[in-house]
Design a protein around this ligand. Structure first.
Ligand SMILES: Nc1nc2c(ncn2[C@@H]2O[C@H](COP(=O)(O)OP(=O)(O)OP(=O)(O)O)[C@@H](O)[C@H]2O)c(=O)[nH]1
Ligand SMILES: [Mg+2]
Length: 448
């Protein structure tokens, strides 16, 4: 029985039990433990996840309209998502330049993935360069060049040389000098033997000092993914995983163990042979696929909506200073999904809040989303660079007026300023205040 089925069985049993009590919870935890252990998830991780489910289930108070049983399911789902490396926003390089060294066994899809990643990053506004340090596969360099033909992305390599280490070092150096922001190094998958492959990788790593080692794993290989992941992890320390061939595989369960074994999250998946067939990975979507229980998963959505929208983590994120304009708009969107807005709003101690209508909020948030979508990544990171000509461009792209763009930016800087102020009093923020501020803020700048 695969991991997906085992987890599904555990959850179905739990959901169909007549009573929800301690005994039912313990049975569920035991079933989950068994499922994870038989899929080779490390015993320590299994114990950790069990403890967390038990503790959270004991502490939680379900929101109105959600049963305790549903709430427990939501907790289990959350914890499994965490096990998969957590929910991540889109991948952002740690620093510039970021050097990624891509490793994996023969045929796993490394070279294809290197090209896909390069193309993806380039389309997201980064200057990207690629190095082919695979001297074993015949025509490895040509393959990479062909994949990226006419994409305006430099592909460095020396087809005549067999010094992979030297090629990697030189290639990275040249791309650094050329001002590349993300440098991706493709490595060999085939070799004389496993040992010589690993020692070559080690040597390349030592010389180029990559910021992150990316493991490419074929999702169709099932349980073998784990030993592969461990072998590479031991040698090079895997930073994150790209899971390939998700289009041809329904057996992605092995990958779960692999990810759990290394503690490295999956950040991207490959979904076909073309350059465009790449998706940022979302642990919850993946889990949905693995469990194959759309009904229960939409239940998770329902519980999410019923929960107070300002979860601890988003309040924390907002207060920790990493409050981006995207985050603000995302939070605003969350608020519009909350249902009986009038009721919530009128319960807030904010003058003027009562008059806001759901329709207004919807329309405003939609405008905000359009505006943020029309910004470049750079502008999203730092909206203060948006001058009049940028604002005009953004407004045109979003189909709104320039004034709308300026209002949003003003709103954002106001919110940020408030966040900073609130941070000082973090311990004493009354419940609901942040949410109230956001709601109020959707209507327009807080002051003036
Ligand atoms: N369907 C599908 N095929 C893929 C995907 N990624 C890679 N492939 C195919 O898998 C095969 C091997 O891909 P490569 O990128 O050459 O694999 P590699 O790991 O670089 O192989 P070596 O360099 O020989 O070790 C090719 O036929 C790719 O088109 C994917 O996400 N979906
Ligand atoms: Mg290759």
């Amino acid at each position: 029985m695969g991991l997906g089925e085992a987890l599904k069985g555990a959850i179905t049993r739990f959901m169909s039990r007549g009573r929800h009590d301690k005994e039912a919870l313990e049975e569920l935890i035991r079933d989950i433990q068994r499922a994870l252990l038989s899929a080779d998830v490390h015993v320590e991780l299994v114990m950790e996840i069990s403890d967390r489910i038990r503790r959270r289930a004991a502490e939680v108070t379900p929101p109105p309209g959600v049963s305790r049983r549903e709430m427990v399911f939501k907790i289990v789902f959350d914890e499994l998502v965490q096990l998969l490396g957590g929910a991540h926003g889109p991948y952002k390089p740690l620093k510039k330049p970021t050097v990624l060294m891509v490793v994996g066994i023969q045929g796993s899809g490394k070279t294809t993935s290197v090209a896909k990643l390069a193309h993806y990053f380039s389309r997201n506004g980064y200057r990207v360069g690629v190095v082919c340090a695979d001297t074993y596969r015949p025509a490895a360099y040509q393959q990479l060049q062909q994949l990226l033909a006419e994409k305006n992305i430099p592909v460095l390599g020396e087809p005549e040389s067999d010094d992979a280490v030297g090629i990697a070092k030189k290639g990275v150096e040249i791309l650094r000098q050329q001002g590349a922001e993300i440098i991706i190094v493709d490595t060999a998958g085939r070799h004389k033997d496993q040992e010589s492959l690993m020692s070559e990788l080690k040597e390349i790593q030592k010389l180029i000092q990559p910021d992150e080692v990316v493991l490419v794993l074929d999702s169709t290989i099932g349980q073998r993914a784990r030993s592969q992941a461990e072998a590479f992890h031991k040698v090079a320390g895997v930073g994150w995983v790209m899971l390939t061939k998700m289009d041809t595989s329904a057996r992605a369960g092995g990958a779960l163990s692999a990810v759990a074994a290394t503690g490295a999250p999956v950040r991207f998946i490959g979904t076909g042979e073309r350059l465009e067939d790449i998706e940022t990975f979302s642990a919850d979507r993946y889990l949905t696929r693995l469990l194959g229980m759309p009904d229960l998963v939409s239940l998770v959505e329902r519980v999410k909506l019923a929960e107070v929208s300002f979860s601890e983590s988003s309040a924390e994120r907002m207060l920790s200073g990493r409050f981006t304009i995207e985050e603000m708009v995302r939070q605003a969107r969350e608020l519009t999904k909350m249902g009986p807005l009038e009721k919530i709003i009128s319960s807030l101690p904010i003058p003027g809040a009562k008059s806001q209508q759901l329709d207004d909020l919807e329309a405003q948030v939609r405008r905000w989303e359009a505006i943020v979508n029309s910004m470049t990544p750079e502008e999203r990171r730092d909206p203060t660079i948006i001058d009049s000509s940028r604002a005009r461009r953004i407004a045109r792209g979003a189909g709104v007026s320039e004034k709308d763009v300026k209002r949003l930016i003003k709103q954002y800087s106001e919110m940020r300023r408030l966040m900073k102020r609130l941070k000082r009093d973090a311990g004493r923020i009354p419940k609901g205040l942040l949410e109230g501020l956001m709601r109020r803020g959707i209507g327009g700048p807080l002051e003036g």
